[in-house]
Write a new protein. Structure first.
Length: 208
């Protein structure tokens, strides 16, 4: 089976789309955002396309493209539809696949179906992306506990931001998960700078 990873954040705007772009570029894989909520401006798939340098056929079409930038359950309701998890079937690809969720693990896709439920159904390894700012210990440990409660496999945790060795270490110690690395904020963010930073701060053997 090809390597497949699910990317989820401890909160919104933690940098998981940038991390996903770096990972899929390093793996020379495919990217899939099952549910895109918000079409104003650049979508996450378009951001990954720009930052990964991958060809357009490696950026898979979303199962749902919702107009409003908000929780998917609400965005779907505003569009007059209900997200059907039966449509979130894993695409077949010839290579590694990076799947990006929307926000954190408890974000609802509909009132009775959270991302946690979808991740539990997939049973794929989840990479948690967390910022290194104040509050990350609490947010990260709650995310870890929620995934473990649903018996979702956790591949590890990746950080985005300035170094904070104590916070990064204590999360791994208490949560019992692997620290994969930390992606620093880049003064110039483009495909080349992201790829260089990713390869410098993460060990590709951890994703083999």
């Amino acid at each position: 089976m090809n390597r497949t990873f699910v990317i989820s954040g401890t909160d919104t705007d933690v940098g998981k789309t940038v991390f996903a772009a770096g990972l899929v570029s390093a793996l020379d894989g495919y990217y899939w955002k099952p549910v895109q909520a918000g079409l104003e401006g650049r979508t996450d798939a378009e951001t990954v396309a720009a930052l990964s340098g991958l060809s357009t056929d490696r950026i898979l079409p979303e199962a749902y493209r919702l107009t409003t930038s908000c929780s998917p359950h609400r965005a779907a309701a505003l569009d007059g539809i209900t997200i059907d998890h039966a449509r979130l079937i894993l695409p077949r690809v010839d290579g590694p696949l990076v799947i990006e969720g929307a926000g954190g693990v408890a974000v609802p896709l509909r009132p009775d179906w959270l991302h946690l439920d979808q991740f539990a159904a997939w049973q794929l390894p989840v990479i948690i992306v967390a910022r290194t700012a104040l509050g990350t210990i609490n947010h990260s440990l709650l995310t870890i506990e929620a995934l473990k409660a649903r018996t979702v496999p956790i591949h590890g945790i990746a950080y985005v931001g300035k170094p904070h060795q104590d916070s990064e270490a204590i999360i791994s110690t208490i949560g019992g998960i692997k620290r994969l690395g930390r992606l620093p904020h880049l003064p110039v963010l483009d495909a080349q700078s992201l790829r260089s930073a990713f390869l410098a701060n993460f060990d590709l053997a951890d994703f083999a």
